[in-house]
Ligand binder design. Structure first.
Ligand code: ADP
Length: 222
């Protein structure tokens, strides 16, 4: 079974939703850099204040900051994981590979969730988030409304401060410019690591495809 998994994809491609289902099915720890940053921000920590300057404008936090929280996470939780939203730049990918190389625990699966811009905008418009537990809901699929209570933890549901048209356009631009090149980087470095999945399909179908990839026993050579 694959144990070091990265979910890659544009905003609203379902990384968080899939990660939640995979945690239940496979018991792997899940970490979203976006959730870690939002939680630091909600708690008003120094790191949160530093991150907020970038995230509210739809910009990536500096690689050094992203690496700082992720190396801390790996040191505390070990080398079994589902990463969601990390790595997000070539610099982060190279640094992560170096950290995992030292631990003799390279990535063994990268899933690219592909989704077109029109569907991304539609999903983000309908998306409500719980800033306390990180869960997300769709007004069209789950019948929840702005200011309602999170079904998981009871906190108030809100639109994230970067889920507006302006910040989303910026996030999509940045995804194309800074995150997309990661695909070529890994395709070259480790040709069988990356798998593309159409994220426009229903989430059950996407989940089955990722589960099959996790259960495939072929090992990777980099
Ligand atoms: P989404 O995938 O919907 O854009 P995330 O919750 O993954 O949202 O991330 C929200 C924001 O947090 C990003 O727009 C960025 O500002 C910041 N962020 C998350 N992960 C990273 C990362 N690995 N490197 C830099 N910034 C990040």
């Amino acid at each position: 079974m694959k144990q070091r998994i990265v979910l890659l994809g544009p905003p609203a491609s379902g990384k968080g939703t899939q990660a939640e289902c995979l945690v239940t099915a496979f018991g792997l720890p899940h970490v979203s850099t976006g959730d870690l940053l939002r939680s630091a921000c909600a708690q008003g920590t120094l790191l949160g204040q530093e991150a907020d300057v970038w995230t509210r404008r739809g910009l990536l936090v500096p690689d050094e900051l992203a690496m700082r929280i992720m190396t801390t996470w790996i040191a505390a939780h070990g080398t079994r994981f589902i990463f969601d939203g990390f790595p997000r730049t070539i610099g982060q990918a190279e640094n992560l590979d170096a950290v995992l190389g030292t631990l003799k625990a390279p990535l063994d699966l990268m899933v690219l969730l592909e989704l077109d811009d029109q569907e991304i905008f539609r999903r983000i418009k309908a998306r409500l988030s719980c800033l306390q537990c990180g869960a997300t809901f769709s007004t069209s699929l789950h019948g929840c409304s702005l200011g309602g209570r999170c079904p998981h933890c009871g906190a108030v549901l809100v639109h994230r401060n970067d889920d507006n048209t302006e910040a989303l356009e910026q996030r999509l631009r940045i995804y194309q410019e800074q995150t997309f090149p990661i695909i070529g980087y890994y395709e070259k470095k480790s040709p069988r690591l990356l798998h593309r999945i159409d994220a426009g399909k229903g989430s059950n179908e996407v989940f089955k495809k990722i589960s099959n990839l996790i259960m495939e026993s072929k090992t990777l050579k980099s």
